[in-house]
Ligand binder design. Structure first.
Ligand code: SF4
Length: 296
């Protein structure tokens, strides 16, 4: 079977996730202390299991009081509310803060402009840990909106921030809605370029393939958004966490001549490789869409 596999130009680990994983592994190798992550380090079960095998265990907020002096707790790339860092420090445990610098920058804006009297508005998912964390830096006073359509009776001064993985259209709609209501509007497009690049690459590839495979955790917000984008272009889009989840028909169907692949920001390279290997089958070729476009 001859099959062409097109890998999205930007796919897989982003800067912040790679940094958090590297920081944690290096710290664990170089230090004697027990290392815990607060929540799963990234939205990827296979990687979390691998870390467990290396002795790095996940704990939840309720377990913070059980920490001992000398233990270390990793704060993942999503960041947390400042109170959590205080709680950990009070137990005598160390904090290894792997919050992505881009998220830290949003937290600092929330704190600064809240301090200057602005109503903070966050475009995003109110239940997402990153949004909950950012809200903590303005004393949990932020209004969290999906696209601004639910915002009314705003004060004069508002500051709009965005979850890093949000869609641009939702940010733009919110700024529009707010501009009609408040007089002093500060708007920071804090959507991460890694997210945008992954979304644009996925959009491009999913328009030209018979099947699109999105690799990533089902709880990963950026993976879910990639899936939605691909699904709009290609009804034959699958979301899998690893190679084991690829159904047999995907591997054997000869009608699937062009297969596109993308992966969320928390998908390790080795999982992408396993999926690619399984998809390739006999006589297939794989290339980044950049190479594909060059040869067009
Ligand atoms: S998606 Fe962007 S903001 Fe989020 S962890 Fe990755 S680099 Fe940081």
């Amino acid at each position: 079977m001859s099959r062409q596999i097109i890998i999205a130009e930007n796919a897989g680990f982003c800067f912040g996730v790679k940094r958090a994983v590297d920081m944690t592994s290096e710290y664990n190798t170089d230090n004697e202390s027990k290392v815990y992550t607060l929540g799963p380090l990234i939205h990827n079960r296979d990687l979390v299991e691998k870390l467990e095998q290396e002795g790095i265990r996940r704990i939840d907020i309720g377990e913070i009081p059980n920490l001992k002096e000398g233990d270390t707790v990793v704060i993942r790339s999503h960041g947390v509310v400042p109170d959590i860092i205080d709680q950990i420090s009070r137990t005598g445990a160390k904090v290894l803060n792997a919050t992505c610098p881009y998220v830290t920058s949003i937290q600092m804006k929330a704190r600064k402009y809240h301090g200057e009297g602005y109503q903070i508005i966050i475009v995003g998912d109110k239940n997402h840990p990153e949004v909950i964390g950012i809200n903590g830096w303005c004393n949990n006073t932020a209004l969290v909106t999906r696209d601004g359509s639910d915002l009314e009776n705003l004060p004069d001064k508002v500051c709009v921030l965005s979850q890093t993985t949000e869609k641009h259209i939702n940010f733009e709609k919110t700024v529009q809605a707010v501009t009609g209501q408040a007089r002093d509007v500060l708007a920071f497009n804090t959507i991460c370029s890694a997210t945008r690049e992954r979304q644009e690459s996925a959009d491009r590839v999913s328009k030209i393939v018979d099947l699109m495979v999105v690799i990533g955790g089902r709880h990963s917000s950026n993976t879910k958004k990639l899936y939605e984008i691909c699904r709009e272009n290609c009804s034959n889009t699958l979301l899998v966490e690893n190679a084991g989840e690829l159904p047999e028909w995907v591997i054997s169907d000869p009608k699937l001549k062009r297969v596109g692949v993308t992966a969320g920001a928390s998908t390790p390279d080795w999982i992408m490789k396993e999926v690619m290997d399984k998809l390739r089958g006999e006589g297939a070729s794989g290339k980044r869409d950049q190479e594909e476009r060059k040869s067009d």
